[in-house]
Design a protein around this ligand. Structure first.
Ligand code: GLU
Length: 254
């Protein structure tokens, strides 16, 4: 299977910086997938999360500076984790133009495919330092969905700090239930994200639903699960996934 795995900021970082142990765990599971013959494209947030503890000032450019400091730290940890399994990683940093400009997008897909052909693990993030505020792509959730459709992935796995999509805010309503399968992303499903527990990243649950809608319309099954749980990546590929699964549409068109 061809898999796009998106890792949210909260999964791999906290106020004190990167969670190196979690990064090692993620790479370990990816290594198992690669061993089984799957193809993996990783979309990882966490640059700003990694850099913020080292940037002790607060103004409008603070986040950009944090991203500039944090992106190499993020990659350093992925490279270190991957070394153990003899996995070589490659970095792709993207701007909105790379999606809207057809030539850029064609190049992106070409080079992701080339990396996969060379058994290199592509690790993608937004180019946070260079990005403007007038974005089409404002978070890595949508970025991962566009990439997943572009590379004709079999699954998009979005990992966050929540178990998935709930019928209500699970922190406030003990009766809130995890929605295991979503066929149609209708108004009822979209309404759920506005009451659900939101995470601290740019995305939040509404962005994840919008991304799932984009990906499933493009024929890519989308899963949202808790990246803090060991084994979640392997489960997402198997049949015992414990999060929310959005069924793919239009598979025949691909
Ligand atoms: N690109 C940002 C980072 O690496 C995160 C954006 C997001 O949360 O989607 O820190």
């Amino acid at each position: 299977m061809r898999l796009v795995i998106k890792i949210g900021t909260q999964v791999i970082s906290s106020k004190t910086g990167l969670n190196k142990k979690r990064i090692r765990q993620i790479i370990k599971e990816i290594a198992e997938l690669l061993k089984l013959g799957h193809e993996v494209i990783l979309v990882s947030s966490g640059a700003i999360g990694a850099g913020l503890p080292l940037v002790n000032f607060k103004d409008s450019v603070c986040k950009k500076v944090a991203a500039a400091v944090g992106q190499p730290m993020l990659m350093h940890n992925y490279i270190n984790g991957a070394k153990k399994y003899k996995i070589v990683v490659g970095q792709i940093l993207m701007l909105s133009d790379d999606f809207t400009n057809q030539k850029n997008f064609k190049n992106l897909i070409l080079h992701i495919n080339a990396m996969l052909a060379h058994k290199i693990l592509p690790i993608i993030n937004e180019n946070d330092v260079m990005k403007g505020e007038d974005l089409i792509i404002n978070d890595n959730d949508m970025l991962s969905a566009i990439v997943a459709v572009g590379v004709k992935a079999d699954k998009l796995i979005i990992l966050t700090n929540q178990d998935g999509l709930f019928t209500d805010n699970p922190d406030q309503n003990k009766k809130a239930e995890l929605i295991k399968d979503v066929g149609d992303i209708d108004a009822k499903i979209k309404a759920v994200c506005s009451v659900g527990k939101s995470d601290l990243g740019v995305g939040g649950m509404c962005a994840k639903i919008a991304s799932a809608e984009y990906a499933t319309k493009g024929g890519v099954e989308t899963l949202i699960g808790n990246g803090e749980k060991k084994g979640i990546i392997l489960k997402a590929v198997g049949n015992n996934f414990s999060g929310t699964r959005f069924l793919a549409k239009n598979n025949s068109k691909r």
